[in-house]
Design a protein around this ligand. Structure first.
Ligand SMILES: [Zn+2]
Length: 337
């Protein structure tokens, strides 16, 4: 049984894997050695080895890699790989034969769910000179997201393959595709950012009318404060953030406790709509960020492009999170309408 060999080799190389632990039978967790996991938080462990049929697979929720145990071992320990290949394939064992082992429990285990990838090229897989890749590089989107963002040559055609009905789309509309997953890693919505001539910059489509459309739920640690921003791309620069894909940031309370969320509205003190929404959220006792005067950029991505680092932004946000009376006072100073 080849899964037996996979397990044996995983345990053998486990001293090399930081914070290695066994979660349950055939489910192991550790810091991803391929992307390095979070550099800021050394306790983050987003690499998982899990069982699929007769073999182990590897998946990282940070870089999004999903591959066979063979490929994983090749990257982590090429010496062990040689021995592994000999062991695993010596009897022509391709993982399909069924000789039973007495010590092996054949009961089907609950398989952890993992993000489904879209039938589109990832940004990661595009050649360096491709304009879609240049676009995400210009916006300084963290590279760890390149494997989770996609490029659609024809967004309309792609949307049709998902079974979503949308009449107003045009043919040959080139877009960056951002998938939204729920906590259980189900695809719940997609957003297409125009890369061509289209006047509609963002199109967000739900897989199902009843779905939420909150981006980033799959990477949230619910034990910590959750930051809520409008733009999915903005959320990629923060540690524990989701995006609502519209200015209705309060909609997150359909899935998270009000006390656990911080609403981070765009920095637009002259935008009546945003000013009104912040005022309302303060009245409803939400934690809100009121941007300090020195910040002129209108959203987080602009702050990045203006030279702030994600750490600096995270710091500014935590120092400028307010609630109730203090929030009201800061808000009155901030707004320009
Ligand atoms: Zn990784």
């Amino acid at each position: 049984m080849s899964v037996f060999i996979d397990r044996q080799f995983l345990l053998r190389i486990s001293p090399k894997l930081q914070r290695f632990s066994q979660k349950k039978d055939d489910l192991y967790n550790f810091r991803c050695p391929l992307c390095g996991d979070s550099q800021k938080n050394k306790t983050k462990c987003r690499g998982y080895v899990y069982r699929k049929k007769n073999g182990y697979f590897y998946m990282c929720h940070n870089c999004g890699i999903s591959t066979t145990f063979y490929n994983f071992l090749e990257k982590v320990d090429p010496t062990a790989l040689r021995e592994y290949a000999l062991e695993r394939y010596k009897d022509g064992d391709t993982g399909n034969n069924n000789h039973k082992r007495a010590d092996f429990n054949e009961i089907k285990k609950e398989t952890p769910k993992f993000k489904k990838s879209l039938e589109l090229p990832t940004i990661n897989s595009l050649p360096e000179a491709h304009f879609a890749k240049s676009y995400v590089q210009q916006r300084k989107i963290p590279e760890s997201f390149f494997s989770q963002l996609y490029y659609a040559e024809d967004f309309k055609q792609f949307v049709e393959t998902l079974g979503i009905e949308k009449e107003s789309l045009h043919k040959d509309d080139k877009r960056l595709v951002i998938p939204f997953y729920d906590k259980e890693k189900n695809l719940i919505a997609i957003q297409g950012r125009a890369l061509g001539q289209s006047k509609l910059r963002y199109i967000t489509l739900k897989m199902d009318e009843d779905n939420q459309k909150i981006f980033g739920c799959d990477r949230i640690n619910e034990d910590e404060l959750i930051y809520v921003v409008e733009g999915p791309i903005d959320s990629m620069f923060l540690e524990n953030a989701v995006a609502t894909a519209d200015s209705n940031l309060e909609s997150v309370i359909s899935i998270y406790d009000k006390s656990k969320v911080v609403l981070v509205f765009d920095n637009e003190p002259r935008n009546k709509e945003i000013v009104r929404k912040i005022d309302e959220s303060i009245e409803k006792h939400f934690n809100v960020v009121i941007w300090p005067e020195m910040i002129e950029s209108k959203d987080i991505n602009d702050m990045i492009l203006d030279g702030f680092s994600p750490d600096e932004i995270q710091d500014i946000i935590s120092k400028n999170t307010f609630v109730n009376l203090r929030a009201k006072a800061e808000f009155v100073n901030w707004k320009k309408v």
